[in-house]
Design a protein around this ligand. Structure first.
Ligand SMILES: NC(=O)c1ccc[n+]([C@@H]2O[C@H](COP(=O)([O-])OP(=O)(O)OC[C@H]3O[C@@H](n4cnc5c(N)ncnc54)[C@H](O)[C@@H]3O)[C@@H](O)[C@H]2O)c1
Length: 306
């Protein structure tokens, strides 16, 4: 594939990983990061990914970090925005981008929840605005949802998916700009039920995690829910749906249990208590376990594709 110049807006948690994976694919990446401390920590953070994945250090030479937006975007064919999740800020950034790049530069937002329809509402060339929802950490999780809004052209979706596929990602085409796209809708449908079960005293939070990890989660990476329905047969899937679905939680609001925990300052690992207690060291062990698992998977994928 042709190697491009690519701009990344925001060098935070997502931006530095996105910059890394694009540079690893051979592109020249300019990152605009307004915060001096975060600019200064970029080399350390990029080196940590390099070490984790065992890549060639030469790829880091293809990443430059900038205090101003314009120099990060010179001759950019794509720009990936990974700035904070605030609509007015993203709208301002996209207006500035439009004044700085060519009319056909593809402008992608990594927003988790804000529709690109809203981000690009006031812009002139709306056909080149697309959602690219990476998952954290973007250099390790394969999926990227490529979200087409009502103005995004098919050609822009195609070019974005091709770029991401070439970079070793697994892009999927989301045909409408719906809240939560596909992945978060699925994830939160499950979480709503999990919160409801715990709130009703059916089981505790740890049991939910055990059921997922040791039960259907053990096969999810190789068998999606649609494949699983076809595997067991849609007649059985229908029988289960007829009996079960009326009992599933349908509360059309955030769970009260979640509101109560947040109000009480029980925010999870960062406060030592959330849905369960976290003793010192336990939260770090969970983070290390996740990072090790994702890195092993990423290295294995690289070996298979080499
Ligand atoms: N963290 C996640 O798990 C995750 C997953 C998927 C998508 N996202 C989305 O990615 C985006 C970035 O999230 P993050 O977690 O990397 O946040 P972050 O806070 O780690 O990074 C945002 C970066 O943008 C910089 N910034 C602030 N103002 C800016 C401006 N005016 N122009 C350019 N950069 C600016 C900040 O200094 C910071 O480095 C958000 O839209 C978020 O919803 C996050």
């Amino acid at each position: 594939m042709q190697k491009h110049k690519i701009g990344v807006i925001g060098g935070g948690l997502m931006g530095h990983g996105i910059a890394y994976l694009l540079a690893a694919a051979g592109h020249e990446v300019g990152v605009f990061e307004p915060n001096a401390e975060l600019r200064a920590s970029m080399p350390r953070r990029l080196n940590a990914i390099l070490e984790l994945l065992g890549d060639d250090a030469a790829l880091l030479k293809r990443i430059s970090t900038h205090e101003q937006m314009a120099p990060a975007l010179q001759a950019a064919a794509f720009v990936f925005e990974a700035a904070p999740e605030k609509l007015p800020l993203k709208q301002r950034i996209f207006a500035e981008l439009e004044s700085l790049v060519a009319a056909d530069t593809i402008l992608a937002s990594n927003s988790s929840a804000i529709p690109t329809t809203e981000i690009g509402r006031e812009l002139k060339h709306r056909e080149r605005i697309v959602g690219t929802h990476f998952w954290n950490p973007p250099h390790l999780v394969p999926l990227v949802e490529v979200i087409q809004n009502e103005k995004t052209s098919d050609a822009v979706v195609g070019a974005t998916m091709a770029l991401l596929r070439d970079a070793g990602k697994t892009p999927v085409h989301v045909r409408r700009d719906v809240p939560g796209f596909v992945g978060n809708r699925l994830q939160h449908a499950m979480k709503r039920e999990a919160f409801a079960l715990v709130a009703a005293g059916v089981c505790d939070a740890e049991t939910i995690d055990t059921v997922v990890k040791e039960g259907f989660g053990a096969r999810t990476a190789v068998l999606g829910p649609m494949e699983q329905s076809d595997l067991v047969g849609l007649d059985l899937a229908l029988d289960i749906a007829e009996v079960l679905y009326e009992h599933l939680d349908r509360t059309a609001a955030a769970p009260q249990m979640l509101r109560d925990k947040v109000k009480a300052g029980k925010l999870g690992m960062k406060t030592g208590e959330g849905l369960r207690h976290w003793r010192p060291g336990e939260a770090d062990a969970v983070r290390a376990r996740l990072s090790r698992f994702l890195a092993e998977q990423a290295r294995a994928r690289k070996k298979t594709s080499a």
